[in-house]
Design a protein around this ligand. Sequence first.
Ligand code: NAD
Length: 239
Amino acid sequence: MKDIRNIVILTGAGVSAESGIDTFRGGGGLWEQHRVEDVATPEAFARDPDLVLRFYDMRREAIQTKAPNAAHLALASLDREWPGELLIVTQNVDDLHERAGAQIGLNETRVLHMHGEHLNAWCMACDERSRWTGSLIDRPACPECGEAALRPDIVWFGEMPYRMDEIFEALERADLFVSIGTSGAVYPAAGFVRNAREFGAQTLELNLEPSQGTHWFDEARHGAATELVAAWVDEVLDR
Ligand code: NAD
């Protein structure tokens, strides 16, 4: 690990699985008993806003009862101790990376939520985002403009992920790209390994099973995130 200075880590639903948050494709292609098209697309929201708002209200409530696991905590300790550049790009919309950071005394984590955050609401009238821990089903007023036009701040299928420029700049500078707990099925995140390789980074996969893109990685280790990630962080920090 001697030549590694800049690290980009991509995390997915698998990193939060051992905290009791369902992954996407865990339940036979259904997500919490719903087809993805019925709850995670702009068309679904236009067709049946109550169904979509209720679905996200339940998820928002549920994640607040979950706690970070050993994988989140190991990544937070890497964030605190890594002397070079580090960016944790997460596809997750939970806040467990941040809570793990807070648990070990980090004021700020180097985490970028490319698919949005459950604990934000986005106003379609004024475009502002507000911290949101309650429900949206009763159409509360936006704290910024007063309009009842809030939606979950989640990037749905067919929408553009956030902060792609920043992610590509980090990938361009990365010496090491690590993908953790992601199936490699959702683009553009699934393509980051190829981008990182083209930019000259070493690549490592840590996942329960081989992902769809596993053959693109220089090295792949398979097992539970709580074990693999903690061991890898010890290795990279040389402790
Ligand atoms: P995914 O559900 O498609 O894949 C999860 C991957 O994690 C699988 O390859 C699985 O084998 C692996 N996995 C499961 N348990 C694991 C464990 N204990 N340790 C290590 N790996 C484990 O998830 P994805 O690739 O992140 O894509 C799904 C999309 O759904 C994302 O865009 C995300 O926004 C959203 N999502 C987010 C959450 C969350 O915020 N926690 C949960 C579900 C879905």
